[in-house]
Design a protein around this ligand. Structure first.
Ligand SMILES: Nc1ccn([C@@H]2O[C@H](COP(=O)(O)OP(=O)(O)OP(=O)(O)O)[C@@H](O)[C@H]2O)c(=O)n1
Ligand SMILES: C[C@](O)(CO)[C@H](O)COP(=O)(O)O
Length: 225
């Protein structure tokens, strides 16, 4: 079986409020994105790595690779307007059978065990998506200042990797973009396929706000101690 990893790094990181997109900010001395790519390159399934970058950031990435002597093999693909379009562009480069894991570049702490598990379960079931259970209570907004309590046991916080049989994901991405397509699972589900959840990892945070880099540093130190 052929395995692929699409690492989406085509965003601009508005919520991080830094002139440098967050995937290039330093975490433990190297860019966030290099941690993510390393995790996938360590996979026993030896996936082909497809890295999605906005065209305006590709020269900068090439420079970073030189500076940090980063030589892990990967193919660079043009990012699109939304995450959906970035994934769509990467899928267009894949032909034939296979299993593809789609992962946010800004989740650098994903473990190689979770990556391997997601490839193997997607191969067996057609797809699988990592998620964790919420630890906060949950309420649903019913108006500008109104809300009702929800049972948190009925919810899962969705992470990446989200991993699919190539035929299933390519077929799903033939659909037109919708605002509610915030991840790949929502695209595949809208195409009529049931999603299989697997246990994600609390450390597998998405670096979104400035303090997330500090939290990631703590998790990383814990991992290597
Ligand atoms: N057009 C886009 C938008 C997002 N992404 C990627 O999708 C992942 C998750 O998106 P998010 O955390 O929202 O990143 P940004 O869009 O960069 O952040 P923000 O929403 O704060 O601007 C990131 O790795 C991001 O680089 C992408 O490849 N192409
Ligand atoms: C794909 C994702 O990380 C799953 O939790 C999430 O939906 C990305 O959302 P964002 O608004 O693009 O950060």
């Amino acid at each position: 079986m052929k395995y692929y990893a699409i690492i989406v790094a085509g965003g601009s990181g508005n919520r991080m409020q830094n002139s440098v997109p967050k995937q290039f900010l330093l975490l433990d001395g190297i860019p966030v994105l290099m941690h993510t790519l390393r995790a996938f390159c360590r996979s026993a399934l030896n996936p082909e790595i497809l890295l999605v970058l906005h065209p305006s950031q590709q020269a900068y990435w090439a420079e970073l690779c030189k500076t940090y002597h980063f030589t892990l093999l990967h193919q660079v693909i043009n990012g699109g307007e939304q995450r959906f379009h970035s994934v769509e562009n990467a899928l267009l480069t894949i032909s034939g059978e296979g299993i593809v894991a789609i992962h946010d570049a800004v989740r650098p702490l994903v473990s190689t065990q979770l990556i391997d598990k997601s490839f193997l379960i997607a191969e067996e079931k057609g797809n699988c998506v990592a998620g964790t259970t919420p630890t906060d209570s949950i309420r649903k907004l019913t108006g500008p200042d109104k809300s009702v309590a929800f049972n948190r046991k009925e919810f899962i916080l969705v992470q990446t990797p989200q991993t699919f049989n190539v035929n299933i994901i390519k077929n799903a991405y033939k659909q037109s973009y919708r605002d509610e397509f915030t991840d790949d699972a929502s695209v595949v589900e809208f195409s009529g396929i049931e999603i299989h959840m697997i246990a994600g990892e609390r450390e597998n945070i998405k670096i979104t706000y400035p303090e997330d880099l500090e939290i990631a540093t703590i998790f990383l130190n814990k991992k290597s101690s």
